[in-house]
Design a protein around this ligand. Structure first.
Ligand code: SF4
Ligand code: SF4
Length: 387
């Protein structure tokens, strides 16, 4: 039994580290189409997910996606309470680490400095990773150099997280986090919580070890409490007490609500589940019906090579399940475009540098370029500004 509880604690910590490692690695993993495994690209309003491209150019799709995430969150909270806080929330993950690493320093001033240093390191890490879910990690430095807006967002985000990690930590979970306020109305008598295992209260020796270690300063024996973040620290502390006392397991753990039985036949849970499933299918339908098979955008500025010759980068996204050959022409016959054709593989994105030779004959202005990829489909059009 003891072995089980120790093993469970180790699995819990291992799982936390695996989740955090995944969060850090995912933006760097490229799928066969050259995009991140999972990333929302702000430049193109597209979600890259497991080799697929979800086009959020449509406001309706984005709205449905936000609703779906909200309902999934409500569903998870109704069933599992604040499991997000203890198992997945980066705020509590890093706050717990900062406190436990800094605790090793006995001197108060050194401990405070250590807290600040850990807070700065973790804030920087989190800021960079968070931004890499919106900007390609491979263009990250370049984007910061070129976009003042992204740089400002990064600095503001870093300062915000730093202040939180350095000075606020669990006060955020208890007093500020909007999720903790909402979850009070989402949970019910059958929701999972961390607290006294039913029938074991008489074994409590009132040592208060669980209260001393609780980061949100509540009494775990009186749970469910809206301030509990499911960090399991009290469970570990109680296990240690009972291990020392008589080599048995502690009396705190996960409890399935008042009856301590998993109950899925709850009207609120069923309604949220039905809404989530419906929203999921509406989202799929809206994405499939609104996504463009092929998309072309110019990237960056056009450069002049002199003598009426210009170059610019175009990004071509092929959302089709077949490769396409794009043919560029200027419909007014004012310029020659090279290369004349570009091949783009299945479900992939390609950036190509095209050369526009106006033979010095057209005045400055906008030049329209047409791109054909299918005989039966009207061409895609994009404009380049010739200066
Ligand atoms: S009661 Fe236990 S699980 Fe809840 S916050 Fe306190 S220590 Fe963590
Ligand atoms: S650590 Fe366990 S025994 Fe000690 S007060 Fe808490 S619940 Fe009771």
């Amino acid at each position: 039994m003891i072995a089980n509880s120790v093993l469970r604690g180790k699995i819990y910590r291992l799982l936390q580290f695996i989740v955090v490692a995944c969060v850090f690695i995912i933006p760097f993993i490229k799928t066969s189409n050259g995009n991140s495994l999972f990333r929302f690209d702000v430049a193109t309003l597209q979600l890259f997910a497991f080799n697929g491209i979800v086009n959020f150019a449509s406001f309706f799709s984005a709205f449905i996606a936000i609703l779906l995430v909200t309902f999934l969150f409500i569903f998870t909270t109704q069933l599992l309470g604040r499991i997000w806080c203890g198992w997945l929330c980066p705020q509590s993950f890093f706050a717990i680490r900062i406190e436990s690493y800094a605790k090793k320093f006995k001197n108060k001033t050194i401990r405070f400095i250590a807290e600040l240093i850990f807070a700065a390191i973790f804030s920087l890490l989190l800021t960079v990773i968070w931004m890499m879910y919106f900007v390609s990690p491979y263009d990250f430095i370049e984007t910061l150099k070129n976009s003042h807006l992204m740089l400002i967002i990064g600095i503001v985000l870093f300062l915000f997280i730093f202040v939180d990690f350095a000075f606020v930590r669990f006060k955020w979970c208890k007093y500020v986090c909007p999720y903790s306020k909402f979850q009070v109305v989402m949970t019910d008598d059958d929701t999972l919580y961390v607290g006294m295992i039913p029938g074991k209260d008489s074994q409590c020796i009132d040592c208060k070890a669980c209260i001393r270690v609780c980061p949100t300063h509540i009494d775990p024996r009186k749970n469910p409490d809206a301030d509990c973040i499911y960090c399991e620290t009290c469970v570990t502390a109680c296990n240690q007490v009972f291990h020392k006392k008589d080599n048995t397991n502690g009396i705190l753990g996960y409890v399935w609500g008042k009856s301590d039985k998993l109950n899925l036949k709850r009207p609120n849970l069923i309604v949220t589940f039905i809404i989530s499933v419906t929203l999921f299918f509406v989202l799929i339908y809206s994405i499939v019906s609104t996504s463009e098979p092929v998309m072309i955008n110019t990237v960056g500025n056009i450069s002049s090579l002199g003598n009426g010759v210009y170059t610019c980068n175009v990004e071509i996204k092929n959302n089709l399940d077949k490769p396409v050959r794009i043919k560029f022409i200027n419909p007014d016959n004012l310029a020659e475009i090279t290369p004349e054709t570009v091949r783009v593989y299945i479900q992939s994105t390609k950036t190509e540098t095209i050369t526009i030779n106006t033979k010095g004959e057209i005045p400055s202005g906008v030049l329209t370029i047409e791109a054909y990829y299918d005989r039966n489909t009207p061409p895609l059009k994009f404009d380049v500004n010739i200066k």
